[in-house]
Design a protein around this ligand. Structure first.
Ligand SMILES: NC(=O)c1ccc[n+]([C@@H]2O[C@H](COP(=O)([O-])OP(=O)(O)OC[C@H]3O[C@@H](n4cnc5c(N)ncnc54)[C@H](OP(=O)(O)O)[C@@H]3O)[C@@H](O)[C@H]2O)c1
Length: 286
């Protein structure tokens, strides 16, 4: 693992109270980063904050509350961040869910797409000026190999799976969107000091199926002994966050700290541009 010094770097991590997000926060705090944990549950966030401080000795750990399924919350959280900080060195879009069934958010959007894709899309937009104000900034999007399951039937006209919904299909679509967003964002930030990359963390012992159906929960529970620890699962995120090897790399997809080819469709410029436009419409970005 890279031992880069992150003193005076501000890192915002979504879903930092659990699993891979918490392990990432610990690794980055150990390197001296000031951590902003964006979480939805105050009690869980406080407990995790204490744990991170106890483990690392880093006291610069702050909580920003927001439900990423609610766009109004994301806007408020971004504003609260901008009221306090002039710059953001590292944004880790990590939070994610597998839903139990098709639910719509208060914004009228299928929940998996809302939390896993539109939330990072909107948050990154709202924080872009702060990212651009940093001497160099990295945006890291935690995707999944599950994106491949959505590639063959990907349909921009049915992103919210009004037709043919299944929880894993929705998860696959959202994780494909993460890589497509990364590809398009890299093009749009080319020539700036902001880079962005996506990754698969491995199959990790976490609470990812806590909102999923009992069947999915059971499958995950049975597989737990064979899964990576959250600390191992955070390795590629931490690599992308800290390694000088990737300081000029942008728009790529990584697995086990190595660049990997995602499903071809993820780098299809026509589709990534259209996904960007649809995402703007769904989040009210001009
Ligand atoms: N675990 C794996 O095998 C695996 C494999 C590939 C990719 N991933 C990806 O890794 C990322 C992290 O997942 P994990 O495995 O570490 O699962 P996890 O332990 O369940 O962590 C997910 C985090 O996201 C937060 N979150 C979920 N919905 C939210 C919302 N509406 N608003 C704010 N925060 C919300 C959770 O908060 P609460 O604690 O309040 O629920 C939790 O902190 C996800 O993007 C996932 O897709 C995981």
């Amino acid at each position: 693992m890279e031992n880069t010094n992150l003193d005076n770097k501000v890192c915002l991590i979504t879903g930092a109270n659990s699993g891979i997000g918490k392990a990432t926060a610990i690794e980055l705090a150990e390197r001296g980063a000031y951590i902003v944990m964006l979480c939805r549950n105050e009690k869980k966030a406080e407990q995790a904050r204490e744990e991170i401080i106890n483990k690392t000795g880093q006291t610069g750990i702050e909580i920003l509350l927001a439900d990423l399924a609610v766009q109004h919350d994301i806007r408020n959280a971004a504003q609260a961040f901008l009221d306090t900080f002039d710059q953001l060195d590292l944004l880790v879009n990590n939070a994610g869910i597998i839903a139990s069934g098709r639910q719509e958010t208060v914004d009228g959007i299928e929940k998996t797409l809302a939390v896993n894709h539109l939330a990072p899309f909107l948050l990154t937009h709202l924080l872009m000026d702060a990212l651009k104000a940093a001497p160099s900034a990295r945006v890291i999007n935690v995707s999944s190999e599950a994106h491949r399951t959505a590639a063959h039937a990907f349909d921009l006209n049915n992103l919210q799976l009004k037709e043919g919904f299944s929880p894993m299909k929705a998860y696959g679509v959202s994780k494909l969107c993460n890589i497509m967003f990364t590809h398009e964002l890299a093009k749009r930030t080319s020539g700036t000091r902001v880079t962005t990359n996506a990754l698969h963390p491995g199959v990790v012992r976490s609470r990812l199926t806590s909102e999923a159906s009992w069947f999915m929960y059971l499958l995950f529970a049975i597989g737990r002994p064979f899964m990576k620890s959250p600390q191992k699962g955070a390795e590629t995120t931490v690599y992308l966050a800290t390694s000088p090897e990737v300081e000029n790399t942008s728009g790529k997809y990584f697995k086990n700290k190595k660049e990997t080819q995602p499903a071809d469709i993820a780098y299809n410029d026509e589709l990534t541009e259209k996904l960007w436009e649809i995402s703007c419409q769904l989040t009210g970005i001009e």
